[in-house]
Design a protein around this ligand. Sequence first.
Ligand SMILES: Nc1nc2c(ncn2[C@@H]2O[C@H](COP(=O)(O)OP(=O)(O)OP(=O)(O)O)[C@@H](O)[C@H]2O)c(=O)[nH]1
Ligand SMILES: [Mg+2]
Length: 216
Amino acid sequence: MATSISSCDITLKILIVGDPSIGKSSLIWRMSENIFPTLEQANINMANSVKSKAIQFGRKQILLKFLDTAGQERFRTISRSFYSTTDIIILSYDQSNQSSFDHLTQWYTEVQRYAKKDCYIALASTKKESTQQVVNPSTAQNFANEKGISFIETSAASGEGVDELVQLVVKGAGEKLYSEENWTKLRVKANENPNSKGTRGGTQSEPRKTGFCQIL
Ligand SMILES: Nc1nc2c(ncn2[C@@H]2O[C@H](COP(=O)(O)OP(=O)(O)OP(=O)(O)O)[C@@H](O)[C@H]2O)c(=O)[nH]1
Ligand SMILES: [Mg+2]
């Protein structure tokens, strides 16, 4: 049964899965704090820690909680408890690493097996700005089409595609988890909000705006 979103703010848990060293932690840092972390930052304190970010959607605040797999993916398997509590799974591969793309099928099978039925799944590449591109984006797009999921190219280093990825998964998960009617009402409110006109960037004194979401 759809949960009413008129009475409560929403928390969405996000898990990024994919091969080791493809930039999962860096993408979490970029999505949550809008910075590209040093290697040390990306690795320290990520085990057992959850990064959070509040985004404003109309008059509602949505809390995004990013779960980091902290090395579990080395065995190409992740604790089932991660999957069972996650609302959004971002399947990821590195555009400069062919085998990380080749392993997507295995990751997708695992996600299908253990994720919640109403979990929203999307495909995101990493390292889009890298000069060592080996995976053709159209091949990834075909993979996504086959699975019926959306695909976005991103770079934690340059920030490309990251806001779009946040918008995509929040909208996708919202529509999947909450009734279409309630989510549509919320979207109307978002459009009424003069601060959510879709400008990207923003100054330091004003919150960064990303499409219909305003990043707090
Ligand atoms: N060029 C480029 N390098 C990146 C990008 N994102 C991450 N990296 C680099 O890729 C390496 C791995 O990044 P992490 O974020 O630690 O990757 P991870 O998938 O979390 O790695 P593990 O947790 O060890 O599996 C680091 O050297 C990062 O600096 C990116 O967008 N572009
Ligand atoms: Mg990591």
